[in-house]
Design a protein around this ligand. Sequence first.
Ligand code: CA
Length: 715
Amino acid sequence: MVERACVFGLLLIASAVSGCTPSRDPAAEDAPAPAAVTATRLAAAETEPGQWMSHGRTYGEQRFSPLDRIDAQSVGRLGLAWYADLDSRRGQEATPIVVDGVLYVSTAWSRVKAYDAATGKPLWAYDPEVPGEWAVNACCDVVNRGVAVWNGKVFVGSFDGRLIALDAATGRELWDVNTIDRSKPYTITGAPRVVKGKVLIGNGGAEFGVRGYLSAYDAETGQLAWRFYTVPGNPADGFESPALKMAASTWSGEWWKLGGGGTVWDSMAYDPELDLLYVGVGNGSPWNHFLRSQGKGDNLFLASIVALDPDDGSYVWHYQTSPGETWDHTATQHIIVADLDFEGGTRRVVMQAPKNGFFYVLDAKTGQLVSAEKFTETSWATHVDTKTGRPAETPGARFYSTRRPFVSLQNPNGAHTWHPMSFSPRTGLVYLPVHMANYTFAHDDAFRPSPLTTNLGIQRSNAPADPAARAAAMQKTLATVGGRLIAWDPVRQREVWRVPREGAANGGVLSTAGGLVFQGTGTGRVEALEATTGKELWAAETQTGVIAAPMSYSVGGTQYVAIVVGTGGSWAMSGARANAKGNSLPNISRLLVYALDGKAALPPPPPLPERRLTPPPAVAAAAVVARGEAEYRNYCGRCHGPDGAVNFGILPDLRYSAALASKEAWAAVVLGGAMKANGMASFAEVLDADEAEAVRAYVIAQAHAGLQAPVSSSR
Ligand code: CA
């Protein structure tokens, strides 16, 4: 409280108070309460260039900062102004919010922190105390992408499905509402948005078997105002809206028993002029269209951008990017509203570059497709027919029809996923982080939904059994993994420049009026590039991989660039080998804030722990090991790595586990839930004692195999 009195007391006094650093523009006449964000301020965000009041800075989520003090000439003087260590070693995906000199940021496990944005002085911290075992519901790490602020409050979605309002001055909890059916594997990783006094929040969980929706809560009271379901439920129960009745005609079979999917786990944007809310909808649950809907129908509103009336959540229009979605093609990727200058005149559009590899430009008012072109190499479709708005799929893409594996040029992280892009109205370009990684989709004949794991309807592994052949196949896939940052002209639908990245998992993007583009990389750098050419003008070492997006703000005339660093998230969770390239740094979770002539320095990175594999003697016959491998693939591999190991310090490499030493110690963790506070749930619901012991035998065998491996993967 003393710190706060210092910060806000200043406004009433002058700028120079001994022992207090101004945290707000001293020229500010009046003294707004903390986080005094209103609809008027948000709609006029252009007039307050130093603020970053919502997730994408403005309602249209352009992630463009009008600040220009840091530009091509001055950026060489950019240095660390301050930094803050974050209390987590899990993935960091948040974009900070800055309002009137206070920076609010969320970290892994949905924790929230507030800092003096000029000095880095901590103001308060909040922990929603997410039950550790809820982590079993994470497809993609226990991440959080940010908070929302509004009328003196800070809102965060907790990983276990709650929406929480905090007092922006103190971090004190004001209300906490449950947004989910707690018997189902829902999560929240996305940032809330606030539109017209309502806090909007969706969920994750479509890899596990849930039904997606978006909820709106009254910002003052936490009362549910409306809910829009993205997929129809059981028709016998009646439909929540006419839109869902229409949507149900595009489904077959008994999809509701499997959830259907369509979670709204990340993107939203709002256009105050048209008064439309745009929502990105996720993939089907299960992924496999045949198992989900008998291979029939478009399955609305999966993989769609849906426009809603923000007052009551009623449907206005939709555009579906991948009809009959079956490749984990979400359309939850960043949505940008902008005015684009076409030859025939200016047009207000909605832009998205979803997982499926096409860049979509839609009319913001009607949802009509303006254009769609590939922004990277894809194999599932050749083009999109602008007349019908539908993709021309390639033969063989529907692996469940052919019963033959289909090699997609995108793995489930897509050609682009949540890592935000940025639109600069100055250059007219969208700056977009692109992923490359092949993936083989194969129909799972033996699909049976199970708790405590993903339910995709895709074979978990069709890798050859022979170890040498398997290693060769893995190397072949690994060779396809890569990334790039591209500048995309959305009017002409073509790439203007590209910067290749060493690995796939890189950060989101910021563009500024200083003619710069900022991005962090999986290889541990944050860079400033010339917006028109992509030429590198400045870079700093971050000591850890970066996946979050930078943002910029100003306090007292000084421009800052802030970025949360710390690797993790979907790439780190989706397989050690696929991530090894370009993202092999440990997680050192931090908030880094740069300014011109910044003189702060990071401490030297901690030495990597010296680790040696010392497995107990092999405990079982080959048949038991094989059984253990099958269960490992069913339940363990999606977090701990496909071959018994993850290399990034995100989750334990089980080959080093002390619990391997005895059957009892192993069972205490795997069945008894002894490590549940750390995120390791009990698997007693799905594994019996023999199966758990078989998994131990498999991991021990993997540890022995690792002793003979030419390249150590210990870290
Ligand atoms: Ca997904």
